[in-house]
Design a protein. Structure first.
Length: 172
């Protein structure tokens, strides 16, 4: 991410936070599967962004959602942990030849197989942290784990729909 794209990324982050506050919070399936649209922004951060910057963006993105949803920081923690895990996940999933500079981790640029493993693993990390912090007990482990899994699936579907709807076809 260069300095010219930083203001665009900031505006995009705000749009994702507002979308989460007014749309994502309404997309609930059977009081079990919740949609967290803002995770889509975190997944799309360029590969070149360093680990400290990733965690800061994850924290502030989550904090923005916390402000709108009155959740006392659990989204900030979940976003930070997700971004902490991202470099490791990317290294594990890295194609043999590496990744060219300037490529975004998106469905269209990386392909379905790679993106499926990348996005689902990071969304699951985010949701496990989020729901177990919200429950703050292992007493309802199965229910909490089911919420995290169901929410991972519905969030992934929403992220894919957003990517296919709003992001250009620019496969490199």
């Amino acid at each position: 991410m260069n300095l010219r794209s930083a203001p665009i990324q900031f505006v995009l982050a705000l749009l994702y936070i507002v979308a989460q506050a007014y749309l994502g919070s309404q997309l609930v399936l059977f009081e079990t599967a919740f949609t967290f649209l803002h995770v889509g922004f975190l997944l799309m951060l360029p590969f070149e962004v360093g680990p400290i910057a990733l965690m800061l963006v994850g924290f502030f993105m989550g904090l923005g959602v916390d402000v709108f949803s009155d959740t006392l920081g659990i989204h900030a923690v979940a976003g930070t942990v997700m971004m902490f895990m991202r470099p490791g996940v990317v290294n594990i999933l890295m194609p043999q030849g590496g990744i060219e500079s300037g490529i975004l981790p998106s469905l269209r640029m990386m392909g379905l197989s790679w993106y499926l493993r990348y996005a689902l693993s990071l969304i699951l990390v985010h949701h496990l942290v989020l729901f177990f912090l919200e429950a703050f007990t292992f007493r309802y482990f199965l229910h909490t784990f089911t919420q995290a899994l169901a929410s991972t699936v519905i969030t992934f579907m929403a992220v894919v729909i957003i990517q296919l709807s709003f992001y250009r076809k620019k496969r490199i």
